[in-house]
Design a protein around this ligand. Structure first.
Ligand SMILES: Nc1ncnc2c1ncn2[C@@H]1O[C@H](COP(=O)(O)OP(=O)(O)OP(=O)(O)O)[C@@H](O)[C@H]1O
Length: 236
Protein backbone atom coordinates (compact mmCIF):
# COMPACT_ATOMS: atom_id res chain seq x y z
CA UNK A 1 0.00 0.00 0.00
CA UNK A 2 1.20 3.50 -0.77
CA UNK A 3 0.91 6.11 1.91
CA UNK A 4 -0.38 9.44 0.58
CA UNK A 5 -0.89 11.61 3.63
CA UNK A 6 0.65 11.50 7.07
CA UNK A 7 0.25 13.81 10.04
CA UNK A 8 2.82 13.41 12.78
CA UNK A 9 2.49 15.05 16.17
CA UNK A 10 0.40 17.96 14.88
CA UNK A 11 -0.49 20.74 17.23
CA UNK A 12 -2.48 23.86 16.38
CA UNK A 13 -3.67 26.94 18.23
CA UNK A 14 -6.27 29.65 17.85
CA UNK A 15 -4.59 32.58 19.54
CA UNK A 16 -3.50 31.35 22.97
CA UNK A 17 -5.85 28.32 22.96
CA UNK A 18 -4.32 25.04 22.07
CA UNK A 19 -6.77 23.05 19.96
CA UNK A 20 -4.78 20.07 18.61
CA UNK A 21 -2.47 17.91 20.71
CA UNK A 22 -0.03 15.66 18.85
CA UNK A 23 -2.46 14.44 16.23
CA UNK A 24 -1.20 11.48 14.20
CA UNK A 25 -2.91 9.90 11.24
CA UNK A 26 -1.99 8.04 8.08
CA UNK A 27 -4.05 7.84 4.91
CA UNK A 28 -3.24 5.13 2.38
CA UNK A 29 -3.86 5.50 -1.33
CA UNK A 30 -7.34 4.40 -2.50
CA UNK A 31 -8.62 4.26 1.06
CA UNK A 32 -11.21 6.28 2.89
CA UNK A 33 -10.34 7.17 6.46
CA UNK A 34 -12.96 8.68 8.75
CA UNK A 35 -12.02 11.32 11.30
CA UNK A 36 -14.77 11.00 13.87
CA UNK A 37 -15.57 13.10 16.89
CA UNK A 38 -18.22 15.13 18.64
CA UNK A 39 -18.99 18.76 18.04
CA UNK A 40 -15.92 20.81 18.89
CA UNK A 41 -13.59 17.78 19.10
CA UNK A 42 -11.15 19.32 16.61
CA UNK A 43 -12.11 17.69 13.31
CA UNK A 44 -12.36 20.90 11.31
CA UNK A 45 -9.18 22.25 12.85
CA UNK A 46 -7.36 19.06 11.84
CA UNK A 47 -8.66 19.39 8.28
CA UNK A 48 -7.71 23.08 8.14
CA UNK A 49 -4.25 22.31 9.46
CA UNK A 50 -3.79 19.64 6.79
CA UNK A 51 -5.02 22.08 4.14
CA UNK A 52 -2.71 24.86 5.40
CA UNK A 53 -5.41 27.28 6.54
CA UNK A 54 -4.49 26.89 10.19
CA UNK A 55 -0.72 26.70 10.78
CA UNK A 56 0.76 23.68 12.49
CA UNK A 57 2.60 24.95 15.56
CA UNK A 58 4.52 21.69 15.76
CA UNK A 59 4.60 18.36 14.02
CA UNK A 60 4.87 17.46 10.35
CA UNK A 61 2.57 16.84 7.42
CA UNK A 62 3.88 14.58 4.68
CA UNK A 63 1.90 14.49 1.45
CA UNK A 64 2.84 12.25 -1.48
CA UNK A 65 6.37 12.00 -0.12
CA UNK A 66 6.90 15.75 0.44
CA UNK A 67 6.98 17.69 3.67
CA UNK A 68 4.20 20.27 3.18
CA UNK A 69 4.05 21.49 6.80
CA UNK A 70 5.03 25.07 5.92
CA UNK A 71 3.41 25.29 2.49
CA UNK A 72 0.56 27.72 1.84
CA UNK A 73 -2.85 26.26 0.93
CA UNK A 74 -2.60 26.94 -2.82
CA UNK A 75 0.72 25.11 -3.06
CA UNK A 76 -0.80 22.10 -1.29
CA UNK A 77 -3.75 22.21 -3.68
CA UNK A 78 -1.37 22.30 -6.63
CA UNK A 79 0.28 19.15 -5.33
CA UNK A 80 -3.13 17.46 -5.36
CA UNK A 81 -4.53 17.96 -1.88
CA UNK A 82 -8.13 19.11 -2.34
CA UNK A 83 -9.92 20.54 0.69
CA UNK A 84 -13.72 20.74 0.70
CA UNK A 85 -14.77 22.90 3.68
CA UNK A 86 -18.06 22.43 5.47
CA UNK A 87 -19.56 25.72 4.29
CA UNK A 88 -20.31 24.49 0.74
CA UNK A 89 -19.30 27.59 -1.13
CA UNK A 90 -20.38 27.56 -4.74
CA UNK A 91 -20.31 30.36 -7.30
CA UNK A 92 -24.01 31.16 -6.81
CA UNK A 93 -24.67 33.00 -10.05
CA UNK A 94 -22.96 30.47 -12.26
CA UNK A 95 -24.59 27.31 -13.54
CA UNK A 96 -23.72 23.93 -12.10
CA UNK A 97 -21.80 23.14 -15.28
CA UNK A 98 -19.81 26.38 -15.12
CA UNK A 99 -18.97 25.78 -11.47
CA UNK A 100 -17.44 22.50 -12.56
CA UNK A 101 -15.67 23.82 -15.66
CA UNK A 102 -14.05 26.66 -13.70
CA UNK A 103 -12.31 24.04 -11.58
CA UNK A 104 -11.20 21.74 -14.41
CA UNK A 105 -7.50 21.04 -14.56
CA UNK A 106 -5.20 18.10 -14.91
CA UNK A 107 -3.87 16.52 -11.75
CA UNK A 108 -0.34 16.94 -10.39
CA UNK A 109 0.67 13.82 -12.31
CA UNK A 110 -0.83 15.20 -15.55
CA UNK A 111 -3.89 12.96 -15.33
CA UNK A 112 -7.29 14.12 -16.44
CA UNK A 113 -9.25 11.18 -15.12
CA UNK A 114 -12.11 13.42 -14.02
CA UNK A 115 -13.89 15.15 -16.86
CA UNK A 116 -17.41 16.50 -17.16
CA UNK A 117 -18.81 13.27 -18.69
CA UNK A 118 -17.37 11.21 -15.83
CA UNK A 119 -18.80 13.65 -13.29
CA UNK A 120 -22.24 13.29 -14.91
CA UNK A 121 -21.86 9.50 -14.75
CA UNK A 122 -20.91 9.56 -11.09
CA UNK A 123 -23.38 12.26 -10.04
CA UNK A 124 -26.42 11.86 -12.34
CA UNK A 125 -28.34 14.21 -10.08
CA UNK A 126 -25.97 17.02 -11.04
CA UNK A 127 -26.35 16.32 -14.74
CA UNK A 128 -30.07 16.91 -14.42
CA UNK A 129 -29.29 20.26 -12.82
CA UNK A 130 -26.41 21.24 -15.10
CA UNK A 131 -28.00 24.50 -16.27
CA UNK A 132 -29.34 25.54 -12.84
CA UNK A 133 -27.75 28.48 -11.03
CA UNK A 134 -25.70 26.97 -8.21
CA UNK A 135 -27.10 29.44 -5.69
CA UNK A 136 -30.54 27.92 -6.25
CA UNK A 137 -29.55 24.36 -5.39
CA UNK A 138 -30.58 22.68 -2.15
CA UNK A 139 -27.96 22.12 0.55
CA UNK A 140 -27.49 18.50 -0.46
CA UNK A 141 -27.13 19.39 -4.14
CA UNK A 142 -24.58 22.04 -3.26
CA UNK A 143 -22.67 19.48 -1.23
CA UNK A 144 -22.52 17.16 -4.23
CA UNK A 145 -21.44 20.07 -6.40
CA UNK A 146 -18.52 21.06 -4.16
CA UNK A 147 -17.33 17.44 -4.04
CA UNK A 148 -17.64 17.14 -7.83
CA UNK A 149 -15.88 20.46 -8.28
CA UNK A 150 -12.96 19.28 -6.17
CA UNK A 151 -12.75 16.15 -8.32
CA UNK A 152 -12.53 18.27 -11.50
CA UNK A 153 -9.08 19.33 -10.29
CA UNK A 154 -8.01 15.66 -10.41
CA UNK A 155 -6.57 15.66 -6.88
CA UNK A 156 -4.66 12.82 -5.26
CA UNK A 157 -6.52 13.22 -1.97
CA UNK A 158 -9.89 14.69 -0.99
CA UNK A 159 -10.31 16.22 2.46
CA UNK A 160 -14.07 16.34 3.09
CA UNK A 161 -15.24 18.26 6.13
CA UNK A 162 -18.63 17.08 7.42
CA UNK A 163 -20.46 16.55 4.15
CA UNK A 164 -23.57 15.26 5.94
CA UNK A 165 -23.94 18.24 8.27
CA UNK A 166 -27.37 19.79 8.40
CA UNK A 167 -28.83 17.64 5.62
CA UNK A 168 -32.04 15.64 5.66
CA UNK A 169 -31.66 11.85 6.10
CA UNK A 170 -32.63 11.05 2.52
CA UNK A 171 -30.07 13.47 1.15
CA UNK A 172 -27.45 12.10 3.53
CA UNK A 173 -28.19 8.62 2.16
CA UNK A 174 -27.63 9.83 -1.41
CA UNK A 175 -24.34 11.48 -0.52
CA UNK A 176 -23.26 8.39 1.38
CA UNK A 177 -23.96 6.20 -1.65
CA UNK A 178 -22.02 8.50 -3.94
CA UNK A 179 -19.03 8.67 -1.63
CA UNK A 180 -19.04 4.90 -1.37
CA UNK A 181 -18.95 4.64 -5.16
CA UNK A 182 -16.24 7.24 -5.30
CA UNK A 183 -14.15 5.26 -2.82
CA UNK A 184 -14.77 2.05 -4.77
CA UNK A 185 -13.56 3.78 -7.94
CA UNK A 186 -10.17 4.37 -6.29
CA UNK A 187 -10.43 7.83 -4.73
CA UNK A 188 -8.41 8.57 -1.57
CA UNK A 189 -10.49 10.39 1.03
CA UNK A 190 -10.18 11.76 4.53
CA UNK A 191 -13.71 12.26 5.79
CA UNK A 192 -14.33 14.32 8.93
CA UNK A 193 -17.71 13.46 10.44
CA UNK A 194 -19.76 13.51 13.62
CA UNK A 195 -22.12 10.96 12.20
CA UNK A 196 -20.59 7.52 12.61
CA UNK A 197 -23.41 5.80 10.76
CA UNK A 198 -22.73 7.96 7.73
CA UNK A 199 -19.09 6.83 7.72
CA UNK A 200 -19.67 3.16 8.31
CA UNK A 201 -20.27 2.13 4.75
CA UNK A 202 -17.84 4.65 3.24
CA UNK A 203 -14.65 4.38 5.30
CA UNK A 204 -12.72 1.22 6.05
CA UNK A 205 -11.06 2.71 9.11
CA UNK A 206 -11.76 5.49 11.60
CA UNK A 207 -9.65 7.72 13.80
CA UNK A 208 -11.56 9.08 16.78
CA UNK A 209 -10.64 12.52 18.06
CA UNK A 210 -11.68 14.10 21.35
CA UNK A 211 -10.58 17.42 22.85
CA UNK A 212 -7.98 17.74 20.10
CA UNK A 213 -6.37 14.34 20.74
CA UNK A 214 -6.57 11.09 18.83
CA UNK A 215 -8.10 8.72 21.37
CA UNK A 216 -8.85 5.64 19.30
CA UNK A 217 -8.37 4.02 15.92
CA UNK A 218 -10.27 1.03 14.61
CA UNK A 219 -11.84 -0.47 11.51
CA UNK A 220 -15.34 0.95 11.09
CA UNK A 221 -17.09 -2.42 11.39
CA UNK A 222 -15.41 -3.02 14.75
CA UNK A 223 -16.10 0.53 15.86
CA UNK A 224 -19.81 0.15 15.16
CA UNK A 225 -19.82 -2.68 17.72
CA UNK A 226 -17.56 -0.87 20.18
CA UNK A 227 -20.16 0.58 22.51
CA UNK A 228 -17.68 1.84 25.04
CA UNK A 229 -15.84 4.07 22.57
CA UNK A 230 -19.04 5.16 20.91
CA UNK A 231 -20.57 6.18 24.22
CA UNK A 232 -17.43 7.86 25.50
CA UNK A 233 -16.44 9.83 22.44
CA UNK A 234 -19.21 9.83 19.88
CA UNK A 235 -22.33 10.41 21.96
CA UNK A 236 -24.21 7.55 20.33
N1 LIG B 1 -11.63 30.44 14.80
C1 LIG B 1 -11.61 29.93 16.03
N2 LIG B 1 -11.13 30.66 17.07
C2 LIG B 1 -11.10 30.15 18.32
N3 LIG B 1 -11.51 28.89 18.64
C3 LIG B 1 -11.98 28.12 17.66
C4 LIG B 1 -12.06 28.60 16.31
N4 LIG B 1 -12.59 27.59 15.55
C5 LIG B 1 -12.82 26.55 16.39
N5 LIG B 1 -12.46 26.87 17.64
C6 LIG B 1 -12.53 25.97 18.82
O1 LIG B 1 -11.67 24.88 18.56
C7 LIG B 1 -12.25 23.67 19.06
C8 LIG B 1 -12.30 22.66 17.94
O2 LIG B 1 -13.18 23.12 16.93
P1 LIG B 1 -13.39 22.39 15.54
O3 LIG B 1 -14.22 23.28 14.69
O4 LIG B 1 -12.08 21.93 15.02
O5 LIG B 1 -14.22 21.12 15.99
P2 LIG B 1 -15.06 20.11 15.15
O6 LIG B 1 -14.73 18.78 15.70
O7 LIG B 1 -14.84 20.32 13.71
O8 LIG B 1 -16.52 20.47 15.53
P3 LIG B 1 -17.74 20.91 14.61
O9 LIG B 1 -18.46 19.66 14.37
O10 LIG B 1 -18.47 21.83 15.52
O11 LIG B 1 -17.20 21.58 13.39
C9 LIG B 1 -13.58 24.04 19.65
O12 LIG B 1 -13.42 24.19 21.01
C10 LIG B 1 -13.90 25.36 19.00
O13 LIG B 1 -14.67 26.14 19.85
Amino acid sequence: MTELLRAEGLSAFYGPSRILFDVNLVLQEKRTLALLGRNGAGKSTTMKTLAGIVPARSGRIIFAGQDITRMPPHARARLGLAYVPEDRQVFPEHSVEDNLLIAAKSGPDGRRGWTLPRIWDTFPLLENLRAREAGRLSGGEQQLLVIARALMGNPLVLLLDEPSEGLAPMVVATISRMLRELGASGATILLAEQNMHFCLRIAEEAVVIDKGKVVHQQDTVGLARNEDIRRRYLAM
